[in-house]
Structures are given as C-alpha cells and as structure tokens.
Design a protein around this ligand. Sequence first.
Ligand SMILES: Nc1ncnc2c1ncn2[C@@H]1O[C@H](COP(=O)(O)OP(=O)(O)O)[C@@H](O)[C@H]1O
Ligand SMILES: Cc1ncc(C[n+]2csc(CCOP(=O)(O)OP(=O)(O)O)c2C)c(N)n1
Ligand SMILES: [Mg+2]
Length: 340
Amino acid sequence: MANEEFALIAQLQKDLGHVGKGVRLGIGDDAAWLDTEGRTLVSSMDTLVAGRHFFADVHPADLGWKALAVNLSDLAAMGAIPRWCLLSLALPPLAEGYGQWVQDFAAGWLALAERADVALVGGDTVATDGPLTLSITALGVVEQGVMRRDAASVGDLIWVTGTLGDAAAALDRAFVSRGLPGWALNCSETCAQALENRRLRPQPRLDFARAAVAAGVTCALDCSDGFLADLGHILQASGLRARVDLEHLPLSSALRECIDSDLQRLLRWPLTGGDDYELIFCAPPSLTGTLMALATNCALPITAVGEVLPADPHAAEDVDLYWQGQSLSLPMNRGHQHVF
Ligand SMILES: Nc1ncnc2c1ncn2[C@@H]1O[C@H](COP(=O)(O)OP(=O)(O)O)[C@@H](O)[C@H]1O
Ligand SMILES: Cc1ncc(C[n+]2csc(CCOP(=O)(O)OP(=O)(O)O)c2C)c(N)n1
Ligand SMILES: [Mg+2]
C-alpha cells in the first residue's frame, strides 16, 4: 500500500521522535529550535546510498542503526557529546509501502539513539526514482575543545580504538555470497557472524572520545575510509609523516582466524578496508598511562600502531610502513574513495 508523505512523517514522528535534551521545538514545525545551554555546537553530515553504502536488501533495523552510528562516529571523532539529529529520506517506490519499513528502521535507530541520548528533531521525506538514500545531520555540543585532524605533533604516538578490518572482511564475504567479485573468507560460521555484526552494527566510540578530549587529546578522526587513507588525512592536515607497524594493527580474534598471517589480507582488510568507525588519534607519549586507564574504564582496547614523524620533502610517501622488521611499499589503494 502506497504511503502519503504526511502520513509517513506522522509515523516517523511517532516511532522515532523521542524527547531530547534542549529540544524547544522538534519534529513538526518549519525548523527545530534547540538550546545549546551556552555550549558550542559541533555539526556533521553523512549520506548513505543503497548499492554504495549498504545492500538494497538490508534489514531496515540494521540500516537504522548504521545510519545513525556512522554519523555519531563523526561527533565522537571531534570529542563532542551528541544531542540531536536531522534525517533526510529519499525513498524509491515500494510495493507494500513504508509502514513496516519505518517501524523496523525506528527500532534499529532507537536502540542506538537511546543509548547515546540523541533525539531526532527534524528532517525531510521525498520520493525518488533513484536508489534509497539517507542523509543525516548530527549535532552535538562540546564542553571544552575538540579533537582536530590538523593537530598531530612530531613524536606523538598513533593510537587506534577497538579492532580494524572486520567490516571490510565481512563485506568481501557478502559480495562473494551475492556472486559479486570479492575475496572469500576461510573461517568458521561463528567467526563470519562476528565479522558481519561489525559490518552491520558499528559502535561509535563516544564514551572513550569524550574522556580522551577531557584528558587533553587534541588530534583524532574516525576510521571510515580505511586506516591508511584516514591516517593520511591527519598527516596531510598536520603537514607531517608517520611510521606504522603493520603487525601492531589491532585485529579481532575472528579476523585473525581469517587472515592467518597472510600479508595481502592484512593490507586489504585492516590497513585499507574501511567501514571500521574506530577512532584514530595522536597523543604525546606522556599521555599513555592516562589513556590506557581511560580505555580500561570504557572496556575498550586501544593500541599504539606507530609514531608521527617530521615532514620530509624527499620522502615519496607520507607513511613508512613496516612488517616484521621489513619496510613495505604502500598498497596502490589506500582506502575507499567515491569516484564521480
Ligand atoms: N558537499 C559538501 N559541502 C561542504 N562541505 C563538504 C561537502 N562534502 C564534504 N564536506 C566537508 O569536507 C570535510 C571532509 O569530508 P569527509 O571526507 O566526508 O569527512 P568524514 O569522513 O569525516 O565524513 C568535512 O568537513 C565535510 O563537512
Ligand atoms: C554495499 C556496500 N558496498 C561498499 C561498501 C564499502 N564502503 C562504502 S562507503 C565506505 C567508506 C565510508 O563512506 P563515505 O561515504 O566515504 O563516508 P565518510 O568517510 O564521509 O564518513 C565503505 C568502506 C559497503 N559498506 N557496502
Ligand atoms: Mg563524510
């Protein structure tokens, strides 16, 4: 059954619009009216397109979670506290209408929104002849400063939260299972499910990020495109280089089983695969003890994977990559990039 725009918006308001901090006016007027209580505002936007960021047959609950998670991850990377979101939906025709879809999408979204205490305060809903497309604006506040891409310093250690490469390996498996080109995984069904869960339900590292910025970390971003590509963004913005030890990249036990010490798989999944939504941050060695204690408090492992080096006009690459004591040349593909 086809839905009409205003009926769908009313359902979105009912299923998704829960009460949030500082919301003077939420869904329903021409714009939201929000109270930042004197704190400064941090804003970010990310778009997800069917066929490019997710498979068109994704379960809407998984899509609801992931669409919010990737946006909250950008706020985490700034060290911001998420408060509000705006959601734009461009929906292609669907024979059975979007009633059940919105209900399922809302369940996935709210599972994370309630945990992160973030309220949907507005958006836009349109029909499209193109693929299903979601665009989310995430708004947060900061108490003191933020973490920036251009704030790395020579001698900083390069840290990563959690583990890298699980989602990229799961994406390969999903491609292969759909008869599309990809690398097959050699692992048990239990491992494959653990990887798939990382692909579908990324965890924005909000608590650790908030603690890190309060502890004086000034340089971070979130790893969405691939570790090497995203570290490159920090190095370019900061005008510096880095040394990275490939064997220090943190891997889940499931991914370790799939990689089985194979260099090509290490390069493909944890180094350049992307879709991780972990934080990469740089901090002086003097902060190491504090950071390890914060990570323990958050029950989130953090791993030092390299060091920031001075600029070198003679160096061909921005990263010196080592594996088992050997210097490696960088892979041609450093991570995900949209091409137009
Ligand atoms: N169409 C656009 N208009 C204005 N700014 C943009 C646009 N696309 C990207 N940006 C800005 O470029 C920067 C890098 O974007 P992006 O690579 O998408 O970051 P991220 O990986 O954190 O989402 C961000 O500050 C973003 O706001
Ligand atoms: C169906 C499907 N194809 C490919 C990917 C891989 N992929 C798509 S976008 C992306 C990186 C992040 O996307 P982008 O739009 O660059 O987000 P941003 O860096 O702006 O947060 C990756 C790894 C995927 N997750 N799902
Ligand atoms: Mg983006």
